[in-house]
Design a protein around this ligand. Sequence first.
Ligand code: UDP
Ligand code: MN
Length: 288
Amino acid sequence: MGQDPPVRMSDLAVWEGTFDPQVIDEAFKSYNLTIATTVFAVGKYTRFLRDFLLSAEKHFMVGMNVQYYVFTDLPGDVPGSMTLGVGRRLKIVKVPKFGRWQEISLRRMELIQTAIEEYIHQEAHYIFCLDVDMRFHGRVGPEAVGKLVAAIHPWFYWYPRNQFPYERRNVSTAYIPLDQGDFYYQANVFGGAMEDIHRLTKTCREHLECLPLSRASVCPCPVDKSVGVEALWQEESHLNWYLLRNKPTKLLSPEYVWDDLRGSGAKEIQLVRFSSVIKDNAEVRENI
Ligand code: UDP
Ligand code: MN
């Protein structure tokens, strides 16, 4: 309401200066939590794994137990010689390679949902779901842990809500009207308590199943009887729909999902913690 978005955000989100790292680390120590971390590296995206993991070992949930789950179709391409810190382990989960890059990206919801049901729920307390084409540059610690955690997209936070790139076609299950929405969240990072992320991934998966993924002409899903439409930003559109109805209990500032393409000039960003690397989409993506 007449406020500029970065100011409005700073009241609510986790930013540098809004918490004392030592106090938070001390408070979390006694809980001895395990954080599940899912990351997909399918096809040529395995090339991002090494830097992702090396930087995560330096900056991500340091001092906590971390269980990485690397979902890949190419287990042999997962860096094998990496030494992980105490209490940190890595599990490889073999997945099929889907045809289109959009499908690889959006199938994550389904695969995370089933992995939570089958084993992750027994192996960790909280879960973070991260893109692999990213690198940590600064602390991402327990200040980011919460029941339902989402991060504000680094490219849209100064826009009014009617210009957020939500899905605007009302035939889509991800539809958001122009006058609704708090933030545009980036799907590169989301997380939370196991039951919350199970519900999130299950709901998004059910909505995504309305898509003509196999190019079938009839949508198999009872939610949307129309022939499915692929939402503008695939699972990110569905994530935004979900988070409009289920407000995040912890909001991460764009420090936690920066983009190297935006560079380091933004004055409101004191510290880039986790950032997308610049990639050649035409080179790494399947079937553009
Ligand atoms: N992904 C993958 N292989 C692909 C396409 C996507 O492993 O061929 C996974 C990977 O974890 C990637 C995520 O899906 O980080 C999202 O895709 P991408 O990073 O290309 O989307 P963007 O962040 O550019 O919107
Ligand atoms: Mn990405």
